[in-house]
Design a protein around this ligand. Structure first.
Ligand code: ZN
Length: 357
């Protein structure tokens, strides 16, 4: 089986140089060449590569608030038009409980719509984020149309973006947008509208969790470095399981910093068992390569050959699957890690297809 892949050149238009971390501005590791490296690898492997069409505002509006979308579209122009403002949007105020209504000033809105200071908005951010959302949407549509496995070269990543807030290098939640698109298409096709999102990025997918917190039609399972000592610090604990109708449809596997590959694979097997029991119509994978032992964030210890085992384990579910690119900052090793993942994934998917005729 050879994977189908989706990309768009505009995902490279977001390029802030720095973000605020631990009390200082530090270089931004989430760089445009991450997407280029992935697309070049897929082309070299002979994957059919689609450039995502523009699906307009509907897919992103199915996930995000009108306020966030209007803010993201206009923030950079409004910010840079003001005397004394920098050329990237980074807030310096935040909203707490009981504070006023929706702010009208761009500086107030910047604080209202941010969960941290690591999602700077520059001139190309809106173009890149909407291109990534289109890439995810197109991938979802291919899967709903019968494609067995699709890779979506999304960038900037999405899983830290909630309905109303950006953060952690993320602006629009690509995986959530893909899941909503699939649910709508499955319902229209008379298929069971149930999707599982497996988040294997090293960081907890707090935005995705928040979006589907009270939903039972999207099962969110995340494996990540323990937030007690790793970003996002405030979410991703084992006790977070959803609420209301969504209770039990969110599951978290916080893993101690430096967890070995063997222990990671054991946790993954457990998580995949939950997804199998849920019985989704399709799977969305928030695919982060920052679980790599050589990643600068040093969260978990999956080796380059180990990614093949991660890919094989996921493919063994036998589900139509959309792989949505999230993090992964050892950029020089990104192609090797993605290649290893796809080797394992494609081999296991092929075996699965043979077994089931
Ligand atoms: Zn990450």
């Amino acid at each position: 089986m050879t994977l189908r892949a989706v990309h768009h050149p505009d995902v490279e238009r977001h390029h802030p140089e720095a973000f605020f971390k631990r009390g200082q501005m530090v270089p931004m590791p989430e760089l445009p060449r991450r997407a280029r490296a992935a697309v070049e690898l897929l082309a070299a492997r002979g994957a059919a590569l689609d450039i995502a069409p523009d699906y307009g505002p509907a897919p992103r509006a199915a996930v995000h608030t009108p306020e966030l979308l209007a803010y993201l579209e206009t923030a950079h122009a409004r910010w840079t038009a003001r005397p004394g403002f920098s050329d990237v949007v980074i807030p310096n105020v935040f909203q707490g409980p009981g504070m006023g209504g929706y702010p009208t000033d761009v500086l107030g809105q910047a604080g209202y719509h941010a969960s941290d200071l690591s999602a700077p908005i520059c001139a190309g951010t809106w173009a890149a984020a909407t291109a990534a959302a289109n890439v995810a949407t197109h991938g979802a549509r291919l899967v709903a149309a019968g494609e067995r496995a699709v890779y979506a070269a999304c960038r900037p990543p999405g899983h830290h973006a909630s309905r109303d807030r950006i953060g952690g290098f993320c602006f629009l939640n690509n995986a959530a947008i893909a899941a909503e698109e699939m649910l709508a298409l499955f319902a229209a096709q008379g298929r069971r509208p149930r999707v599982a999102i497996l988040d294997v990025d090293a960081h907890h997918g707090n935005g995705t969790q928040e979006i589907f917190w009270e939903r039972e039609d999207v099962y969110f399972v995340s494996l990540h470095a323990d937030p007690a000592e790793f970003y996002p610090y405030l979410a991703g604990y084992r006790g977070e399981v959803g609420e209301g109708r969504g209770r039990g449809y969110t599951r978290n596997y916080p893993l101690p910093l430096g967890t070995s590959e063997a222990d990671y694979l054991a946790a993954l097997a457990d998580a995949l068992g939950l997804i199998r029991a849920y019985g989704p119509t399709a799977l969305v994978v928030s695919l982060g390569f920052d679980i790599y032992e050589g990643d600068p964030y040093r969260g978990l210890k999956v080796s380059t050959p180990g990614f093949a085992r991660v890919g094989a384990a996921i493919a063994a579910l036998g589900l139509p699957t959309l792989l949505v690119q999230e993090g992964g900052y050892a950029i020089d090793d990104l192609q090797a890690n993605l290649a290893s993942f796809l080797d394992g994934f494609e081999a296991a998917h092929t075996e699965g297809n043979d077994t089931h005729g």
